[in-house]
Design a protein around this ligand. Structure first.
Ligand SMILES: *[C@@H]1O[C@H](CO)[C@@H](O)[C@H](O)[C@H]1NC(C)=O
Ligand SMILES: *[C@@H]1O[C@H](CO)[C@@H](O)[C@H](O)[C@H]1NC(C)=O
Ligand SMILES: *[C@@H]1O[C@H](CO)[C@@H](O)[C@H](O)[C@H]1NC(C)=O
Ligand SMILES: *[C@@H]1O[C@H](CO)[C@@H](O)[C@H](O)[C@H]1NC(C)=O
Ligand SMILES: *[C@@H]1O[C@H](CO)[C@@H](O)[C@H](O)[C@H]1NC(C)=O
Ligand SMILES: *[C@@H]1O[C@H](CO)[C@@H](O)[C@H](O)[C@H]1NC(C)=O
Ligand SMILES: *[C@@H]1O[C@H](CO)[C@@H](O)[C@H](O)[C@H]1NC(C)=O
Ligand SMILES: *[C@@H]1O[C@H](CO)[C@@H](O)[C@H](O)[C@H]1NC(C)=O
Ligand SMILES: *[C@@H]1O[C@H](CO)[C@@H](O)[C@H](O)[C@H]1NC(C)=O
Length: 237
């Protein structure tokens, strides 16, 4: 779901309303901020990566346009309307020759595989950081109650939220088992330098969050986390 949302935002060229931004969930909000903050240091900064982003976007667009099942499902869920579906198909048709040209450049394709692999790691690291925050929240009843009160959660929204948050610790521990990933995340964080303050526990060794010792308290969280949490929450609705 997240990747589709991410794609849709990209597709509509960041002409996204704030609700659409929230819609994209975990990965997008911090990414966007990171891009703004140091464009020159990131994947967005150089032409090759722009090419790769374009290739990735057109590939996704084409796959989606060709997958009627998926389009129907998105319409059924209210995430797309018929006008938007027509738009997607028109854009995909228009992009066919551009995409073919790009795909025939094996140098480009190979470079982009590397770029995509890196992006995937970055996404996984972010996911771990968010799960860490959620896990902390899940293990702190006071903080949880505050969050529920602030967001005025009740009924099914509350249920869904509790459902999702209930698995955060397990999901986090699952990801943390992958030491390749945790090592890469540690490297990423070092590379980001000062930014690391916002992301203190992505590289913690596997830990029982219930112990509290390794978890950040919500209060200690930098302010930037609040929108991230809200976005996570919105993604579950
Ligand atoms: C980014 O790069 C451009 C050109 O390479 C340069 O003019 C600009 O000052 C750089 N911006 C930052 C914030 O480093
Ligand atoms: C079309 O999308 C569905 C998910 O909505 C997926 O299961 C299926 O594999 C896709 N078909 C193709 C040909 O990619
Ligand atoms: C489809 O959605 C777009 C964007 O949300 C909106 O501008 C448009 O009016 C909608 N079209 C129909 C037929 O509902
Ligand atoms: C079709 O693609 C070209 C470039 O590939 C672009 O300039 C043009 O605006 C596109 N047309 C539509 C209707 O999207
Ligand atoms: C293929 O892609 C590479 C890397 O982006 C680029 O340097 C090269 O000019 C491209 N070749 C052609 C024929 O477009
Ligand atoms: C739990 O959250 C509350 C409110 O955010 C905070 O004051 C408290 O220190 C937290 N407790 C632990 C053990 O982190
Ligand atoms: C949730 O709370 C709002 C007021 O805050 C109330 O109007 C609504 O009926 C409640 N919904 C449920 C399912 O309890
Ligand atoms: C959450 O955890 C329960 C049991 O621990 C499991 O049955 C369920 O599939 C999990 N849900 C998700 C979304 O992972
Ligand atoms: C561990 O993480 C790396 C980097 O994201 C990934 O390539 C690899 O498939 C993962 N291994 C497992 C067992 O999930």
């Amino acid at each position: 779901m997240r990747s589709i949302s991410f794609f849709l935002v990209a597709l509509f060229a960041f002409a996204a309303t704030s609700s659409a931004l929230v819609d994209v969930g975990v990965d997008f909000v911090p990414t966007l901020e990171a891009r703004k903050a140091h464009k020159n240091n990131t994947a967005e900064g150089n032409p090759e990566n722009r090419q790769c982003n374009r290739l990735a976007r057109l590939t996704k667009l084409t796959a989606l346009a060709a997958n009627q099942t998926r389009l129907d499902a998105l319409v059924a869920k209210g995430r797309l309307n018929e006008t938007q579906v027509e738009n997607i198909k028109a854009k995909a048709a228009n992009a066919t020759s551009t995409l073919q040209t790009m795909q025939s450049n094996t140098t480009l394709v190979q470079e982009c595989e590397v770029v995509e692999a890196h992006k995937q790691v970055v996404r996984a690291c972010k996911k771990m950081r968010v799960l860490d925050k959620l896990s902390t929240l899940a293990n702190n009843q006071t903080a949880m109650n505050e969050f529920i009160a602030t967001k005025q959660l009740n009924g099914t929204k509350l249920e869904k939220f509790q459902d999702s948050i209930g698995n955060a610790t397990a999901k986090l521990q699952d990801l943390q088992k992958n030491t390749t990933l945790t090592n890469l995340c540690a490297q990423e964080q070092k590379a980001q330098g000062a930014d690391g303050s916002a992301t203190s526990s992505g590289n913690d060794p596997p830990a029982q969050s219930t112990g509290g010792a390794t978890s950040l308290s919500l209060q200690a969280m930098p302010y930037a986390v609040v929108p991230a949490l809200a976005a996570v929450f919105a993604a579950f609705l």
